[in-house]
Design a protein around this ligand. Sequence first.
Ligand SMILES: Nc1nc2c(ncn2[C@@H]2O[C@H](COP(=O)(O)OP(=O)(O)OP(=O)(O)O)[C@@H](O)[C@H]2O)c(=O)[nH]1
Length: 444
Amino acid sequence: MSGTGALMTVHVGQCGNQLAQAFWKSMVDEHGINERGQTTHEDDMNDKKDLLFYQADDDHYVPRAVLVDLEPRVINGMMQSPNFSNLFNTDNIFMSDHGGGAGNNWASGYCQGQEVQEKIMDIIIREAENTNNLDGILFTHSVSGGTGSGTGSLLLERLREAFPKKVIQTYSVFANSDTSTDVVVHPYNWVLSMQRLIENPDHVVVLDNAALHRLAAGKFKTDTPTFDHINSLVARIMSTSTAPYRFNSAMCPSIRYLDLAPFPPMHFIQSAISPVVDPNENFTRKTSVADVTRFLLKPTSMMVSTASRVRPNDCMLSAYMFLQGQIEAHTIMTAEQNVDFAIRRPPFYMLKPLRMMHAPLSPYVRPQYKVSGLLLNNSTSVAPLFESLLSKYDKLRSKRAFIDKFEKIDNFSLDMMDDAMHIVQDLLDEYKAVVQKDYLTRGL
Ligand SMILES: Nc1nc2c(ncn2[C@@H]2O[C@H](COP(=O)(O)OP(=O)(O)OP(=O)(O)O)[C@@H](O)[C@H]2O)c(=O)[nH]1
């Protein structure tokens, strides 16, 4: 593969593995592969299946994916489903012998992870060594339960150690703080995970379940969107953002060229997709580049609930817009100029020009719409979400609410929690400093 290496995925916990199902379902469809890993179409020259799949000795395609959970339900369910039972390499699955999960407790997930980390890392390193040119790792998990957050945190530390030069990009699901039914100790789990998200990956795509839920409720014509609805949106983000590498784009042939985090550790990325369509509905709209870009740049389109409350000094540190469909090169250039003009005025300021690129479509699947897009946006407008979660953490921590559940875990100390809180606070201060500083290009 010239200029392009391979990617592998690591999925941890219930949410991480449910996202794996949505993502890999769209990957097999987009690469013309059936549930046995066999090709369903004559190969297209732009289809780089080997970016995410390897070929077994009998030539069938196998996802370069590692599935990890401390309880077996979700992965077993996947292995029994007709779509996946013959697709994944079962040697790439780790399920704990205890089988009880981490009880929504980061400390339990982290400490159980310490006992089994070598086994999991052996799987990941073997899989990485199976490709001679790994560019990066995509990692899916939730930061509010116990396994995805706790074991996920430990694995992120170990991945960074084992792959110091590879791009690590997480898709991290934040709890839906609008619903009382979600995990009550999620602010603790979040703070502890955030420390590892600040310290280890190159990019963290922040997926706020509250925003995803609202978007899905509006678009899927249901008041009670399911995780299937929500995960289909996340799969769109993951598939569009990897489309340039998977389908031979000259503009961005590898995740290594994605310059989304010019000021680390401010590497928390918001995303928006357009159009959002219920696949079971007749699509009657006419899409255009102008229409799609306008929607993507609306603060309310971001998959982060607090981003819709625009603050006058917010600024985009780096952003990429991926457009897909039947689009002429000159249309992208005109759109780029229009967008460039729009984002130099409130509510958008940019430190770097927004980069637009044409992300090729799968040669085998035709969407219902002609033009679609994805925005990956590294903006200071993510900070209010962190501020709100930190204040939820402070409220629980000051009352020592549920703290006994964490204290009773061997090898866990409350200092770990307090240290993590300071690291998150430092990140927030960095965001605030950017917002206040006059090096922003706004004629100050
Ligand atoms: N978007 C999305 N969120 C999910 C999904 N499954 C669970 N969540 C959210 O993830 C959080 C809980 O994390 P889980 O992934 O269920 O838990 P876990 O990481 O397996 O940890 P334990 O259950 O404690 O072992 C809650 O905020 C849920 O709302 C999913 O499929 N999609």
